[in-house]
Write a protein that binds this ligand. Structure first.
Ligand SMILES: [Zn+2]
Length: 103
């Protein structure tokens, strides 16, 4: 985890033929529960009305939004530094991405 990006490992759909993932510039949203150099990878969730960007996933444990510098896809592995939980990205019923805890 040298870069600090919460995207630990890309899911299986990232092989040949898959479209390139978009990259995102992250800004510091003032999330102060992790060390300064990791702050831009997290932000507080604004509740159900807070739509997540394609590079964001909500941690189901601590309800913090995890932000990657890359677009997220099903099968991706994430690490939430705020609660030290490993997560996997899945496609939710509504078609949006959701994060599930890896036990
Ligand atoms: Zn968390």
């Amino acid at each position: 985890m040298k870069s600090g990006d919460p995207l630990l490992e890309e899911g299986g759909k990232g092989g040949a033929g898959a479209s390139a993932r978009r990259r995102y510039e992250l800004d510091d949203r003032g999330f102060d529960e992790v060390p300064v150099r990791y702050r831009r990878f997290y932000r507080r969730w604004g509740g159900p009305e807070d739509a997540l960007a394609p590079n964001e996933a909500l941690c189901p444990v601590c309800k913090i939004v995890i932000r990657s510098s890359r677009e997220l896809r099903p099968g991706d592995r994430l690490y939430c530094m705020a609660c030290m939980t490993r997560l996997t990205v899945v496609e939710g019923e509504s078609g949006s991405l959701e994060a599930r805890v890896v036990y």
